[in-house]
Design a protein around this ligand. Structure first.
Ligand code: KG4
Ligand code: ZN
Length: 337
């Protein structure tokens, strides 16, 4: 239908993602994750992730083509995550994308992973409403963005000054004896607890910035656990999980909605692995409704790292008329938006 067929490749962290997109249409989305290989370390081990990407790359490309009923020759453009992310992991994806681009004689586009998390929403809800505010919350990022055009005009409003939101979930889960990744078990435990039984600090709330901080919260939870062990008055795991979660989602949703109000923006997009959180979805829904902001959260499968999000952003970049990246495209572990 006139839109180019874009192949997207994502390898910034522990998911090897390959997706095929035409305009706003999602044709395939295949992900091979090495998350289980990292579980016993309580976090992603870069070497292990790079090796897993190398092994998963071509089978995942084949699966993505198969499930879209497409052939490699049908691909019109190749988009790949150039950063931010883990150095070795990014290198595997970018090297593969260069090889495909060279072999097929098709243009290569190195794109920003963070913007992929925003662009992916159009595969579920149609063209991105602009301007919008985007909140990206995952194991690696906690960023608030003002998006006027995802391909050409994005401003970073705030970022975490220490741990990412998902990283805080993972560290607190460990303190509470819950498995990795910590988001889902904390989400579940919190539902059984009384979130008002305890109150933890709200990092940087009310400081007038759009930055986030979660390390003080993590320390407060650690202190609570230690004190409970020494005085025998330990609150239940569900109560601690609930109070921790309440602090995280309170800060995230308040800052996101405040940004919408300050910039006069009527749409908020929330994405990244933590966007799967049930309390975040509820509270964001409630606060957006109170403020007249329309909330968009892609389904969890699209919120976590995947190749379709990179293809979606690639499609926008092609449509905006940008020239392709050179074949010596470099990776950038801390690529800014
Ligand atoms: O986007 P993602 O899959 O990978 C990146 O980090 O880029 O995000 C993973 C993060 C992990 O920290 C995980 O604990 C968190 O998302 N997560 C959640 C939930 N599901 C996953 N955090 C809170 N609640 C959840 N239900
Ligand atoms: Zn991500």
């Amino acid at each position: 239908d006139g839109h180019p067929l874009v192949l997207g490749i994502e390898t910034s962290c522990d998911e090897t993602g390959v997706g095929l997109v035409r305009g706003c249409e999602l044709l395939s989305d295949e992900v091979a994750s090495s998350v289980e290989q990292h579980a016993r370390f309580g976090g992603v081990v870069p070497e292990v992730a790079s090796r897993a990407h190398l092994e998963a790359m071509s089978p995942t490309v084949e699966r993505a083509l198969d499930s879209a009923g497409a052939r490699l020759e049908d691909v019109d453009a190749i988009a790949v995550t150039a950063g931010p992310g883990l150095a070795g992991a990014l290198l595997v994806g970018v090297s593969a994308a260069k090889a495909y681009a060279l072999a097929l004689d098709k243009p290569l586009y190195g794109v920003n992973h963070l913007l992929g998390h925003v662009a992916v929403d159009q595969l579920e809800h149609g063209p991105l409403p602009t301007p919008c505010v985007a909140l990206l919350v995952s194991g690696g990022h906690t960023s608030l963005l003002l998006v006027r055009d995802v391909a050409t005009d994005v401003r970073l409003l705030g970022d975490t000054v220490d741990d990412a939101a998902g990283e805080a979930y993972d560290k607190v889960a460990r303190l509470l004896g819950l498995p990795y990744p910590g988001g889902p078990p904390i989400d579940r435990a919190a539902r059984e607890g009384d979130p008002l039984a305890l109150r933890f600090p709200r990092g940087k709330l009310g400081d007038g910035s759009y930055d986030f901080s979660f390390s003080g919260l993590k320390t407060a939870v650690a202190r609570q656990v230690e004190d409970g062990q020494s005085n025998g008055l330990q609150p239940s795991v569900p109560d601690i999980a609930g109070a921790f979660q309440e602090s995280v989602v309170d800060v995230l949703t308040r800052k996101a909605v405040d940004a919408c109000v300050e910039y006069g923006v009527g749409h908020l997009v929330i994405s990244g692995g933590v966007a799967a959180n049930s309390r975040l979805r509820d509270l964001a829904g409630q606060r957006c409704a109170e403020t007249g902001v329309e909330l968009r959260i892609p389904r969890p499968r699209l919120c976590t790292d995947n190749g379709a999000m990179i293809a979606a952003l690639g499609a926008d970049i092609v449509a905006a008329g940008f020239p392709p990246s050179p074949l010596d495209l470099a990776t950038d572990t801390s690529l800014p938006v």
